[in-house]
Design a protein. Structure first.
Length: 171
């Protein structure tokens, strides 16, 4: 395995472990896999039709056909001044959102995904994690108004057990 792939995989594994999104066997030394390992990889680069035409950004067939399916997204957790309970944002590149200063005039990339926790965790606030995250869940495509008025077009619903256990303590 090339060193670059190994480093990216290790970074994603460590990031997921910090969020409690990996299923690990007690005392296992072998590599861990995400909970939904059967999920199809959906790159952010496949979200919109290319080239961008006179109508602006249009959802790609790849994205719309993924609606309702299990997918795996790899991206960066958006750093928010005011994190929302039960949800966080995932973007294709690192972004800091300044809701208090900028309001609705933010710099979020158009492909930003709203990641939703299970209903049993709707009050949980997920602390920001830097670096790449690999998340698996069921994707929903279409316009939806979020609490606070933000409109999302892509949402990733995590499995109920995704954050069932608290993040492991650092060693």
């Amino acid at each position: 395995m090339p060193a670059t792939v190994w480093i990216i995989r290790l970074t994603a594994t460590l990031a997921l472990a910090g969020l409690g999104l990996l299923q690990t066997a007690a005392g296992a030394d072998e590599a861990t896999e995400p909970l939904a390992s059967a999920a199809a990889e959906l790159p952010f680069s496949a979200f919109f039709r290319r080239p961008i035409g006179p109508r602006g950004l249009e959802l790609s067939d790849t994205l719309t056909q993924a609606d309702g399916r299990q997918v795996r997204l790899v991206g960066y957790m958006v750093s928010q001044e005011t994190p929302q309970p039960g949800r966080f944002l995932l973007a294709p590149q690192p972004v800091r959102l300044s809701e208090d200063a900028d309001g609705a005039a933010d710099d979020l990339p158009p492909g930003t995904v709203t990641v939703l926790l299970d209903a049993s965790q709707r009050e949980r606030i997920v602390a920001h994690r830097g670096g790449l995250l690999a998340l698996s869940g069921r994707i929903a495509i279409g316009r939806a108004e979020e609490p606070g008025g933000r409109v999302s077009w892509v949402r990733l619903q995590l499995a109920p057990q995704a954050l069932a256990s608290p993040p492991p303590s650092p060693r």
